[in-house]
Design a protein around this ligand. Structure first.
Ligand code: NAD
Length: 440
């Protein structure tokens, strides 16, 4: 029986791609296990006076191509296996998008909705102190992921800086900022980082469709998840001519078969209400009269994946496309903006049904591409305009899509298999070159 444990799935993806690449056995062994796993316990006093202990994780999967790099997730389901899988996918993704990073990931098992901002800040600062010896601009560079954001990254920089002062480090202040990416603009963040993953997904879909000679105009799209990634991918897809007809968050969703008039207003409505439900907007007015006028209806978070649309975009969490719903998917293209949204069994069903899956390690790599730009700007004391960031992002994505299609044509494999083959070839090449230079 095939397991849906994300880490077992990641290892199976590795074994399967390794068959095409003449992967050295030692290299395979290096990638089959992370370099290091860190588990820390974080006792804090809640505002109520109660004491609670949380568990934090950081997995450093591999650094052959550069410092470990990957987000921090705050979610009740975070556990070591999930973090190991996410760290492995970062190693692969960073090789596909060709940035000089290895892969890492981390998180704290908690439900952020149950903590106050003060409690979250205390927890984040304590987590940073416990990770301080293991992270750093040239060691391991965290970033935002599910339920983490620029404000949280700002706390990490602050705490890391304090810690370095006590150790009398001689890192320059701009360099210190490079310890995390996705920071607020006034703390060394890059223009365009917030939108980067969603915009990168849009560039990916446009580049793939160009290859397949499909035009975006009037192709319908449904998006699951309306956080940082979901809302921006919906926004940029709409701006580029796609008709976004549905969106959902963890509670519920909206479906307007003729197209959501303006994603921007839906975003603002969700910000105010905290929920997507009822965000039927015409201009800035969002109400149930508009629902009737637009012919909309409420849908569940799962239903969004099965709507009669051209493109489905999972942009929430892993394991949402499974053997239970893979046969019910009507879209001909899936743009995986979440990490690991498709189980192995579902992937096989989709392949047999000739559904094109644009894999996570390609589709959502725009986030880490701009994280690399942020890190680079910090280390070189530069500040790039948003247009420059977007221009460089587009070039990176188009070149990754080109390379993935070349591998897919060469080996006659899916885009997912091709992305893994490309990543493994690039990592093995870097390893062999490192060996020649006396590093291994
Ligand atoms: P986020 O916390 O900003 O948003 C998550 C969204 O998913 C929220 O709208 C939440 O309501 C929704 N959600 C949660 N459970 C759901 C469910 N069962 N059904 C439907 N919706 C649900 O997180 P994010 O940064 O947007 O990340 C989303 C995904 O994208 C994750 O898989 C993450 O690893 C991946 N990703 C994020 C980035 C980034 O730059 N933030 C980069 C690459 C990949």
């Amino acid at each position: 029986m095939i397991s849906n444990n994300a880490w077992e799935r990641a290892q199976e993806q590795l074994r399967s791609a390794a068959r095409y690449t003449n992967l050295d056995h030692l290299m395979l062994a290096k990638l089959t296990n992370p370099d290091r796993v860190i588990e820390v316990y974080l006792p804090i006093k809640l505002d109520s006076g109660e004491v609670k202990v949380f568990t934090g994780f950081r997995v450093q999967h591999n650094n052959i191509r550069g410092p470990y790099k990957g987000g921090l997730r705050y979610h009740q389901d975070v556990d070591m296996d999930e973090v190991k899988a996410l760290a492995f996918w970062m190693t692969m993704k960073n090789a596909v998008i060709d940035v000089p990073f290895g892969g890492g990931k981390g998180g704290i098992a908690l439900d952020p909705k149950k903590l106050t901002e003060n409690e979250l800040e205390n927890l984040t600062r304590q987590f940073t102190r416990k990770l301080a010896d293991f992270i750093g601009p040239r060691k391991d560079v965290p970033a935002p992921d599910v339920n983490t954001n620029p404000k949280i990254m700002g706390w990490i920089v602050d705490e890391y800086e304090k810690n370095l002062k006590t150790q009398k480090s001689n890192l320059k202040s701009d360099e210190i900022l490079a310890v995390v990416t996705g920071k607020p603009l006034n703390r060394g963040g890059s223009e365009g980082r917030t939108e980067a993953t969603g915009l990168g997904g849009t560039y990916t879909l446009l580049a793939v469709f160009k290859k397949l000679r499909k035009k975006p105009q009037d192709l319908t799209v449904a998006v699951q998840g309306f956080g940082n990634v979901g809302r921006y991918v919906a926004y940029f897809l709409q701006k580029n001519g796609f008709k976004v007809v549905a969106a959902s968050d963890s509670k519920s969703g909206i479906y307007i078969p003729n197209g959501i008039p303006d994603i921007d207003h839906v975003q603002k409505c969700k910000e105010v209400k905290g929920l997507l439900a009822g965000c039927y907007c015409v201009g800035s007015v969002c109400d149930l009269d508009n629902k009737k006028r637009l012919g909309g209806r409420d849908i569940s978070s799962d239903e969004v994946l099965e709507l009669p649309v051209d493109v489905v975009v999972p942009a929430a969490l892993e394991n949402v496309i499974t053997k239970k719903n893979a046969r019910k998917i009507k879209a001909k293209t899936i743009l995986e903006m979440a990490n690991g949204p498709t189980t192995l069994e579902a992937d096989e069903i989709l392949r047999k049904r000739n559904i094109i899956v644009i894999p996570d390690i390609l589709a959502n790599s725009g986030g880490v591409a701009v994280s690399y730009f942020e890190w680079y700007q910090n280390l070189h004391n530069q500040r790039w305009a948003k247009e420059e960031v977007f221009h460089k992002l587009r070039a990176k994505i188009e070149s990754a899509v080109e390379a993935v299609f070349a591998a897919s044509d060469k080996h006659k494999v899916t885009l997912r298999e091709a992305s893994y083959i490309l990543a493994l070839e690039r990592i093995q090449k870097a390893w062999k070159e490192g060996d020649k230079n006396g590093k291994s």
